[in-house]
Design a protein around this ligand. Sequence first.
Ligand code: BES
Ligand code: MN
Ligand code: MN
Length: 461
Amino acid sequence: MKKLINDRSTVFIDQLFNLLKIPSISADPHYKNEVKKTANWIKNALIDIGCSTAKIYETPGHPVVYGEINVSKNAPTVLVYGHYDVQPPDPIDLWENPPFEPIIKKTALHPNGAIFARGACDDKGQMFMHLKAVELLNSSNQLQNNIKFVIEGEEEVGSDHLETFLKDHKAMLQSDVIIISDTGINSIENPAITTGLRGLSYMEVTLTGPNRDLHSGLYGGTVANPINILCDMIAKLHDNNRKVNIPGFYDDLEEISDQERHQMNENGIDEKRFKEAIGIDALMGEEGYTTLDRRSIRPTLDVNGIWGGYTGAGAKTVIPSQAHAKISMRLVPHQDWTKISQLFEKHFKSIAPEGVSVEVTTHHGGAPYVTPTDSLAYKAAEKAYHEVFGVVPHAKRDGGSIPIVPMFEDVLETKTLLMGFGYDSDAIHAPNEHYGVDNFLLGIETIAHFHRHFSKLSAQE
Ligand code: BES
Ligand code: MN
Ligand code: MN
């Protein structure tokens, strides 16, 4: 079984290149057709690997691609989830190579090369590993799980229509476990299985002061400047220890014992590497917590964008009528994103001075999630990583969010296993996104071994 992949690796990379060439940018309506083309490409790829069913389900947004391979009524069923949509490539000028013309280049962390393209790691490259792992098993008569594929096109814009899809096809989507590769590992030497995702609450605020822009000489010093006030209010959202300063924000947090925290930190973040990779000389975060804690078990609040007034060339003396910001909060168990959004709105309005009015809107959100580590699937994955990487993988909670995962649990009542192979430094959502060739190939092997162990362990139950 080992090295099933063998001489297939160049073919697989070629195929992935073709997938990466289609700009499936879900956020930008101009790319609707490209997104559709990508869905078709996936559907054909599912047929190629032996799916007896491969179908496109239209939604009010972008389509969901569904595929099935059935080996036996008595075999366990594994549902694979992934997304074929990608983030916009902007800022485009900062790409060393065009984002939709994949190319392999060596980097310090990927001495055997990495595939550079938008979506290489998030999530086309990682999702495609699952198709290829199943293909390897299926074509050599070693597939002993029934497989269901749900590959969606709206993950990067909040998976708005996937919940309805799950509800409408509950029976079709029944499985013993859901597996996803859309998270990360620290290194090939020290791989991890992801056991947690943070939740998200995404807000937008608008402050309105005077009913029009004002001459900053005639009016400066006499009225509330919405941008000045917005900065004031944003500054008040953290206290001196960099804790989030919203009443009730921490009320529902899961208790994590010192012992548990200590255990989590045994595989902590290499701060030197972490800083070097992003070109900073110091880290910053909530007092009393490690870098690992801060981006896994602690909630956060960040401004994602802020605008208003004059931002063109040169100078224009003006007091703007309005100021805007987009603010996201990463959440941890057991924070409820709708409750947090309400707390934010109430608090933010309460700290506004007279002379400005505040409007707060909630964009998307999602619940945090923690996966079990005592399940058959987790054990099967542990064995698979051990075989392929030569070490027992550790468990790690990631900082990012995949809002559909808690929905799988709510709607389908099925647990998820997160087996991602990207690095933090792979620049997902940023210019020059890439995915290690080794990560891609080892990922395929690991997933294939996972299937083998999962069917074996299930048979022993
Ligand atoms: N794959 C990421 C999430 C991720 C990355 C989790 C790395 C853990 C480690 C996913 O595509 C993503 O970007 N999610 C968004 C949320 C969504 C609602 C836009 C995020 O985390 O910002
Ligand atoms: Mn993703
Ligand atoms: Mn993403």
